[in-house]
Design a binder for this molecule. Structure first.
Ligand SMILES: *[C@@H]1O[C@H](CO)[C@@H](O)[C@H](O)[C@H]1NC(C)=O
Ligand SMILES: *[C@@H]1O[C@H](CO)[C@@H](O)[C@H](O)[C@H]1NC(C)=O
Ligand SMILES: *[C@@H]1O[C@H](CO)[C@@H](O)[C@H](O)[C@H]1NC(C)=O
Ligand SMILES: *[C@@H]1O[C@H](CO)[C@@H](O)[C@H](O)[C@H]1NC(C)=O
Ligand SMILES: *[C@@H]1O[C@H](CO)[C@@H](O)[C@H](O)[C@H]1NC(C)=O
Ligand SMILES: *[C@@H]1O[C@H](CO)[C@@H](O)[C@H](O)[C@H]1NC(C)=O
Ligand SMILES: *[C@@H]1O[C@H](CO)[C@@H](O)[C@H](O)[C@H]1NC(C)=O
Length: 392
């Protein structure tokens, strides 16, 4: 037996209750009659060979245990079946212990489109902690969310980060002929807004999707796929799907990466030297399953901040890799087809938070990792901590 396999066996006996060990060596050969081949002729069916009931934690590598800690569990903290209230744009305001997020824009359970806007809400994590304390070990809770009354120039929020100079920083997809934009929102009442950018030298963006601040700077990087057109709430796209850099102090906008089909999630390592961009092309196009469901890594050029030296970081076996976040150990998290996948900094899949439904985004809070799962929000009491996303 290899050293790796022995380490893996030792780890298997240490995994938290409610987690399942999926040793890749056990599943490398499934044989000619495996029922998985028919079930997985589409990436929307997740791989759950241990057949554990969802939600649960899949461990592919013993190193995942250092993320989980001894007693990690997944529990639902808010749910509203039939309404995709918890989609993307998670921003954690640590001072107020609030997590902000947006509802699904364009999907059938978002109840919006060409004529209707989506919504932005927050969940009070102090109330979550109190509800969990009262409910007892492992029990689900259902904490009331609060929806913000935002000004009409905030249309179809899809991405967010911060705090940016004390504000929520959102990118909007725009709606109908209303332009996509970058907008600051006061995280306190009256939640007033300031639009920072809504065009590229007079041309509307397609439908802005996600955003991050380059660590140690005030510079904003964002992605522009064609989701709005794909979901019939924006006109046909008029520029390539690109990644942009925006310096609010000078007003200058420029492209830092192209040749992506559907650039979506974006993240940086804390040293600002590496950028990650997810490409969700698998959800579009002829023979769609052959298109990327891929996270690319780039070097961030120290002078120009253009993204260079693109390489594959990881390909997701399930759905699309959507929003993307890093922990302080360098592990990379992305919302995929059946839950949140976690790769180490070398791109090895080490574990999944398996929900058996599409998750688009997640965010670290003082209480643990919150996973946005459309009609539900889940909390995993991990020991891993998120990297700093805001500005000083
Ligand atoms: C696969 O199924 C065929 C047909 O039922 C059977 O003859 C064969 O032995 C099976 N192969 C294995 C490896 O189980
Ligand atoms: C996948 O397999 C299932 C079951 O055999 C079948 O119903 C479905 O049409 C297949 N889908 C594709 C895309 O081939
Ligand atoms: C996912 O949920 C569906 C029902 O919605 C169920 O049929 C299926 O077995 C589940 N799959 C896994 C891998 O848990
Ligand atoms: C838009 O909102 C109106 C009024 O609330 C509602 O009747 C309509 O069904 C909504 N449209 C969509 C696409 O959800
Ligand atoms: C969050 O909940 C705590 C505990 O109930 C409360 O003290 C605090 O005022 C709440 N914050 C907001 C913004 O509602
Ligand atoms: C939004 O406005 C409604 C109606 O005026 C009000 O009931 C609600 O409390 C407001 N929400 C917030 C977060 O201020
Ligand atoms: C909200 O209004 C206050 C008071 O006018 C102002 O200082 C602040 O900059 C505004 N914030 C945003 C994000 O517009």
């Amino acid at each position: 037996m290899s050293v790796v396999a022995m380490a893996a066996l030792a780890a298997a006996s240490d995994i938290p209750a409610g987690a399942a060990y999926v040793d890749p060596l056990t599943y490398d050969v499934l044989g000619p009659n495996s029922t998985w081949y028919a079930a997985r002729n589409t990436s929307t069916v997740g791989f759950n060979p241990t057949n554990n009931p969802s939600p649960f934690i899949q461990v592919f590598d013993p190193s995942f245990l250092s993320i989980l800690g001894p007693s990690a569990t997944i529990r639902s903290i808010a749910s509203n079946p039939g309404f995709a209230f918890a989609h993307e744009a998670p921003i954690y305001d640590a001072g107020n212990n609030l997590l902000f997020f947006s509802s699904n824009d364009g999907g059938p359970l978002g109840y919006n489109g060409w004529y209707n806007n989506s919504i932005v809400s927050f969940i009070n994590m102090t109330e979550v902690d109190e509800a969990i304390e009262a409910a007892g070990p492992g029990a689900d809770v259902n904490v009331q969310i609060t929806t913000l009354n935002l000004s009409d120039d905030v249309q179809m929020v899809n991405g967010g980060t911060g705090l940016y100079k004390g504000n929520l920083l959102f990118v909007t997809s725009g709606r109908a002929l209303l332009p996509p934009s970058i907008v600051l929102v006061n995280p306190n009442p009256p939640y007033n807004t300031t639009v920072l950018l809504d065009n590229f030298l007079g041309r509307q963006f397609n439908s802005l999707n996600d955003v991050k601040i380059l660590p140690g700077t005030d510079i904003i990087f964002f992605t522009d796929p064609t989701n709005g057109w794909g979901h019939d709430f924006r006109p046909a796209p008029m520029m390539p799907c690109q990644v942009y850099r925006f310096d609010p102090s000078t007003g200058q906008v420029r492209v830092v990466a192209d040749q992506l089909d559907q650039p979506n999630g974006i993240a940086f390592t804390p040293d600002g030297k590496t950028a990650f961009v997810t490409d969700t092309a698998i959800s579009t196009g002829f023979l769609g399953q052959t298109f990327p469901a891929t996270i690319y890594a780039y070097d961030v050029d120290p002078i120009t901040q253009a993204f260079t030296n693109r390489r594959v970081f990881a390909y997701s076996d399930s759905g699309i890799p959507d929003g993307i976040q890093l922990d302080t150990m360098g592990n990379v998290y992305s919302g995929c087809g059946e839950g949140t996948h976690v790769w180490n900094s070398r791109g090895t899949l080490i574990g999944k938070f398996f929900l058996n439904s599409t998750t688009a985004e997640m965010m670290f809070t003082k209480s643990g990792l919150v996973i946005l799962d459309e009609e539900s929000m889940y909390l995993v009491d991990v020991v891993a901590k998120g990297i700093e996303l805001g500005t000083a």
